[in-house]
Design a protein around this ligand. Structure first.
Ligand code: PEP
Ligand code: MG
Length: 760
């Protein structure tokens, strides 16, 4: 039976996915399309942003020497037309088209039929795939669909191969250049260092290659064989335990796994790869993925399914391998932690004095990883979709956390520029340090206290040193997350007491447990389709009063004799939830009094982060002492953009006019009711946003300790009236970019531009 278009598509994409570099990825593309369509020429052009040209990258049918030489301006030629229109161009006879241009070195003359389709990623045309034929004919619908679908699936794979290497030599041998990978800003700052890849134990693709010498290779082989034995034993035990409950068919799966591991095939193949100079996890990844891809490309649907089994087996051995310490030691010098999905806990794997930056393929500025990086004062770039994680270990990286850019193996010119900017950054830091203990007030004497967001006891000293006037958001889930079970009331009293004492008499806003969403507790698993719309924050606590009451009692007890605690409720969506929570707070207080504790009842406030509350605010303000806007979740829910989803990371925009309209409404409602409003989402620590929020009339701002001096500089540089006028202009902008332009211009005009871009 002839292969269907769909089958061919799938196997081409599989092959390209496995390609070790860009050259191979493109060769596979043009060769396979050439074979499948019986076309006379197939070519791929890439858009070179630096030179603003389309470059011929690979071809089958055009003269081989034109690769890298043929460079087209966008307004030139039919290929340029595909780029401009971002849609397919299908012509019977190319020469009849007014945009046809004869380019001698392209060797195009003999062709008539022309089909060009754009290669698009994130709405941007990054290249063009062109199929040509001698005959004068129109490519039919099926052919057009085939090429279009292939191009749409290839973009990611091809760009990843490009980022992994080869792009510099392949694209323009005569013009050395450094390609930057686009992500989104996670935490501000610049960094230079070597990549250190964080492995996600559940994702084979995240395992990097790591060169080893012969001596280490032997140790790695021993480690690998041991990991295999452990898994074999586990499988045997599991199969035995489940014997009575499993059907024969299901048991066959275990037998198949055992067979795969006892058969020397997978094991010996991996040992060979280790001997060839890769460490055990990297060699295992190569072996397993090669088999997975081979099975996935099979036509028989039953055999295709086996790919998932091999992957599962691969993951089990990987996990066992990672549990044992290998002989691979941490490289020296500054390191940038890189990964498919870097976990906040992995930051701790690198000594603080070596960790200079973070890059994650997933996530956005509002992910907890970015928040933590920000708190630690290290730049982070998030949502870098094209990140070729497996090929980055040990490579030199330059990252720009302001713009969200990553440069792999930067050219000398880029390095020099980074070094200059880093020097300027250090100068800026010393200017900021001088602001230290000065009050956060506008030149016309209006005080806007700055508080810190924290959740780590380790953060107390930097928070105190930052010159903050208290804690505006104490995330209690953090001490819960780093334990293996719910902390007892006594343990909680202990933790909260340390924070309250360290800051007394300055206020500490303790937020009640906000788990769920992207912060599940390891010991309280919740299975949900849509965790961000699910059981999180106050909802979970109201359904588990036994947990909530323990926490409330602990806060009240820790506050005894100090009186600087305030309590804040996360994720409140309506007055009913506030009432229910207040009832429990009173119950806890009453119980303590009955037990003889003479403790004050702290002020109660709510976070405004669920959009429904924005519309019910009038009903809630009389009953709360304060409000704090959680712009991370508010933005996510208002714009319907998951704060951790890399596909929409660029859409996550706290400056979106809808977010600003909500902020304006909240601030206005609270002002009429005489209630103070703080902002404790990431926006508060952004100097641009701080200027805007100042103009909109916030009472205070709460941010990571590292942002306090920057924001203080903004507060001390603009009078309230000036800020108000700037905010009015920003509110009129059409989109987030327009809002940023107004705010950046205002900061630059005051000499504060260094706060929002690299340099002074
Ligand atoms: C927010 O949502 O803006 C916020 C401050 O809370 P978290 O980031 O912890 O959800
Ligand atoms: Mg939140």
């Amino acid at each position: 039976m002839p292969k269907t278009f769909f089958d061919t598509l799938r196997s081409i994409v599989q092959e390209v996915n496995q390609a070790p570099d860009l050259r191979t990825a493109l060769e596979i593309t043009v060769t396979r399309v050439h074979e499948r369509l019986g076309a006379d020429a197939v070519s791929v052009y890439f858009w070179d942003e630096d030179h603003r040209e389309l470059v011929l990258m690979a071809t089958r049918g055009l003269p081989a020497e034109s690769v890298g030489r043929v460079r087209l301006r966008p307004g030139q030629s039919l290929v340029g037309l595909v780029l401009e229109r971002a849609e397919p161009v299908n012509l019977e006879n190319a020469a009849d088209h007014p945009r046809y241009q004869h380019i001698p070195e392209a060797g195009e003359e003999p062709f008539h039929a022309f089909l060009g389709v754009p290669i698009i990623q994130h709405g941007r045309v990054v290249g063009v795939l062109v199929v040509r034929q001698y005959a004068t004919r129109r490519f039919d619908r099926e052919e057009e669909t085939f090429v279009l679908t292939l191009a749409s699936q290839l973009a990611g794979a091809v760009l990843q191969a490009a980022a992994g290497g080869g792009v510099n030599d392949q694209r323009a041998p005569d013009r050395p250049r450094t390609r930057s990978l686009r992500g989104v800003p996670g935490a501000p700052g610049l960094a230079l260092g070597r990549a250190f890849v964080a492995i996600t134990p559940t994702a084979l693709e995240s395992v990097p290659d790591h060169p080893v010498d012969a001596a280490v290779a032997e140790a790695e082989i021993g480690r690998f064989r041991h990991a295999v034995t452990v898994v074999v034993e586990e499988m045997r035990a599991l199969s035995q335990r489940l014997q009575a409950r499993l059907s024969e068919r299901d048991r066959a799966l275990f037998d198949a796994y055992l067979l795969m591991l006892s058969d020397e095939g997978l094991v010996e193949e991996t040992v060979r790869r280790i001997r060839a100079g890769n460490w055990a996890p990297g060699a295992w990844r190569e072996t397993i993925l090669a088999h997975v891809h081979a099975f996935e490309a099979m036509e028989d649907p039953y055999l295709r399914e086996r790919a998932a089994d091999i992957r599962d087996l691969g993951q089990r051995v990987l996990a066992s391998l990672l549990e044992e310490e290998g002989e691979i030691s941490l490289p020296e010098g500054p390191l940038i932690l890189v990964g498919e999905e870097v976990m906040a806990s992995q930051l701790a794997e690198i000594p603080a004095d070596q960790l200079v930056g973070v890059v994650s393929a997933r996530g956005s500025a509002a992910s907890h990883l970015a928040i933590l990086a920000h708190a630690l004062g290290i730049p982070a770039v998030m949502g870098v979709e094209e990140l070729p994680v497996a090929r980055l270990e040990g490579r030199r990286l330059a990252i720009d956390g302001y713009q969200g850019r990553v440069y792999v193996d930067p050219a000398d010119a880029v390095l020099e520029e980074f070094e200059r900017l880093l020097r300027e950054e250090r100068e800026l830091e010393s200017t900021l340090a001088e602001l230290g203990q000065l009050p956060s007030e506008t030149p016309d004497g209006h005080s806007v206290p700055l508080y810190v967001n924290t959740g780590l006891l380790a953060d107390i000293t930097p928070s105190l040193r930052s010159g903050a006037e208290g804690i505006g958001l104490y995330r209690t889930e953090i001490p819960f997350l780093i334990r293996s079970g719910f902390p007892t009331e006594e343990e909680q009293v202990d933790i909260y007491r340390q924070v309250l004492e360290a800051f007394a008499p300055r206020p500490v806003v303790i937020r009640t447990l906000d788990v769920g969403g992207d912060k599940p507790l390891p010991y309280f698993p919740i299975e949900e389709e849509n965790p961000f719309l699910g059981w999180r924050g106050i909802r979970l606590m109201l359904d588990h009063p036994e947990l909530f009451l323990v926490q409330l009692r602990a806060i009240l007890r820790a506050n005894g004799g100090l009186g600087n605690a305030k309590i804040m409720l996360p994720m409140v969506k309506d007055p009913g939830e506030l009432r229910a929570a207040r009832r429990l707070l009173h119950q806890a207080w009453q119980e303590l009094r009955e037990e003889g504790h003479r403790v004050p009842l702290p002020e109660l406030g709510v976070m405004v982060e669920v959009p429904s509350l924005v519309y019910l605010l009038e009903r809630i303000v009389p009953d709360v002492a304060f409000l704090s806007i959680g712009t991370n979740d508010l933005t996510q829910y208002l714009l319907a953009v998951d704060r951790n989803n890399r596909h929409v990371a660029e859409l996550f925009d706290g400056f979106h006019p809808a977010v600003l309209a909500a902020l304006e409404r909240i601030l206005e409602t609270a002002r009429s009711a005489g209630r103070p409003v703080s902002v404790c989402g990431e926006l508060a620590g952004d100097p641009m946003a701080a200027l805007l929020l100042l103009g909109l009339g916030v009472s205070s701002l709460s941010m990571n300790a590292g942002s306090v001096p920057r924001v203080k500089w903004v507060v001390r540089s603009f009078t309230r009236d000036e800020a108000r006028a700037i905010a009015r202009r920003a509110l009129q902008a059409e989109d987030g970019a327009g809002v940023r332009a107004v705010l950046t211009e205002a900061l630059e005009a005051r000499g504060l531009g260094g706060l929002v871009r690299a340099g002074k």
